[in-house]
Design a protein around this ligand. Sequence first.
Ligand SMILES: [Zn+2]
Length: 107
Amino acid sequence: MKNNKNKTLIHSQKGKLLFLGSVLIIGGIGFLFPEYLSHLLSMDRFFINITATLLSMVAFIGASLSIKCQHCGLRLVWYALSKKSLGAWVGWLLRVEECPRCEKSNV
Ligand SMILES: [Zn+2]
């Protein structure tokens, strides 16, 4: 059963990944549209830029450090970012069933 989503390494950490991914997207929106958001929220553009940058950094670092293999502790987001191509790391992370280091799965 290769396509069983319950067997992916990140299955039990999906809530954390979804939260940190959402924070990263919100930070990205703030980073890309600071002028629009400063008008919409009546806040200084500089504050929007700093907040967006901090949110993105915290989400990126949090995901890199906290999404791990439950058996050996391999940091899976960091592994995916450093070992997989730019277009393939997200897909790999969401589908990986066997840890590349300890070769264990969540079955
Ligand atoms: Zn492992």
